[in-house]
Design a protein around this ligand. Structure first.
Ligand SMILES: Nc1ncnc2c1ncn2[C@@H]1O[C@H](COP(=O)(O)OP(=O)(O)O)[C@@H](O)[C@H]1O
Ligand code: SF4
Ligand SMILES: [Mg+2]
Length: 324
């Protein structure tokens, strides 16, 4: 764990997202320390991408409540769009799941990177080209000068994702959001890209929120883990606590689902997440939980410190009436 005395880079408080009648996120609170890497884990549909996209303020017409305080910038959810445009790419950047569709097929990757560099850093064309070559080199692209003139379709999936990482790093952001940036790639390339993103994040002293569906990979790669279930935080804390001393039955189930890196989907715990219009009023996990008590279906458990004296939002917390 990194020094937690310095103020958090990002603090989400009670982030709630509605789409129509569905509550996609329900009072999600989390903090990210300076230089920390945080993994968001949970099954498909848990709300991981919604959190990342809400922070970037790219959720479109969803109804968003709560706050997302970025150090020195204020509440991202309340800033005028003009200010958000200035922050995207410079203070916070997102690496999307599928580089193939995030890159523009009509322009060379060099042109796309140079454009971002000129816009974010105000560089001349020649300066931006020099910086583009440096960035391509730092993300492990061979023949960086030659690759600048390639179109996305001329590159492999792994190379496209490296280009996306270079574009995300171009404005020297201090917060990177990586949304399952490797799930479209094959096994060995996935590991390389995860390592690359973490190495680049750490080398720059930046912070990173990593959306991963593999708890084991999250614990190896990240300082802290937040486990989401049906739009709520069910357990959060230092990676080792969540992996080895977890208290929530859902974390236990996630842990016992051994995921082979490279499989498309999480080998999910038994059962399915209830549809939004049939969500239990109490604990959302109650319909699948082997430890459920009668109160669980109608009383929602609050997030509770795992050790009564460790009340910092960065310490180990869980939400369960009948913990492991
Ligand atoms: N654009 C959208 N319109 C309606 N529902 C959406 C939209 N995007 C996501 N959802 C719903 O929000 C929930 C959370 O989705 P998402 O954040 O993508 O989960 P994850 O990234 O954990 O797989 C899911 O139930 C999903 O169906
Ligand atoms: S609160 Fe109850 S239903 Fe929910 S995880 Fe804990 S024991 Fe299971
Ligand atoms: Mg997602």
């Amino acid at each position: 764990m990194k020094d937690t005395v310095s103020p958090p880079v990002l603090t989400l408080s009670d982030l709630t997202v509605h789409r129509g009648a569905a509550k996609i996120l329900d009072r999600v609170s989390l903090s990210l320390a300076q230089g920390e890497t945080l993994a968001l884990v949970g099954e498909s549909g848990a709300g991981k991408s919604t959190i990342a996209t809400a922070i970037m303020r790219l959720l479109g017409d969803a109804k968003v409540e709560g706050t997302a305080e970025l150090e020195g910038a204020g509440d991202l959810l309340a800033l005028p769009e003009k200010q958000m445009v200035r922050l995207r790419g410079r203070r916070l950047s997102m690496i999307f799941q599928d580089a193939g569709s995030a890159l523009n097929p009509a322009y060379t990757v060099g042109r796309q990177l140079v454009t971002v560099l000129r816009r974010n850093l105000g560089l001349s064309k020649a300066e931006a080209r020099t910086r583009a070559v440096e960035l391509f080199t730092s993300v492990g692209i061979n023949d960086p000068e030659g690759r600048l003139s390639a179109y996305p379709h001329q590159l492999s999936g792994g190379m496209q994702q490296r280009v996306m990482v270079a574009i995300a790093l171009a404005g020297n952001p201090d917060l990177l959001l990586a949304d399952e940036p490797t799930s479209a790639l094959d096994v060995t390339i996935q590991a390389q890209i995860v390592r690359l993103i973490l190495q680049q994040t750490r080398a720059r002293g930046a912070s990173c929120i990593f959306v991963l569906h593999d708890l084991a990979l999250a614990s190896q790669a990240c300082d802290r883990i937040v486990v989401l279930y049906a739009g709520q935080v069910v357990e959060a804390g230092p990676a080792r606590d969540v992996l080895e001393r977890h208290r929530h039955p859902y974390t236990q189930q996630l842990k016992s689902c051994v995921l082979e890196i490279g499989t498309e989907e999480l080998n999910a715990p038994e059962g399915t997440v209830p549809p939004h219009d049939q969500m239990p009023k109490g604990c959302r996990f109650a319909t699948r939980c082997p430890r459920a008590l009668s109160r669980c279906a109608h009383e929602a458990p609050p997030l509770t410190p795992a050790a009564p004296e460790a009340t910092s939002p960065l310490s180990h917390h869980f939400a369960c009436w009948n913990p492991e």
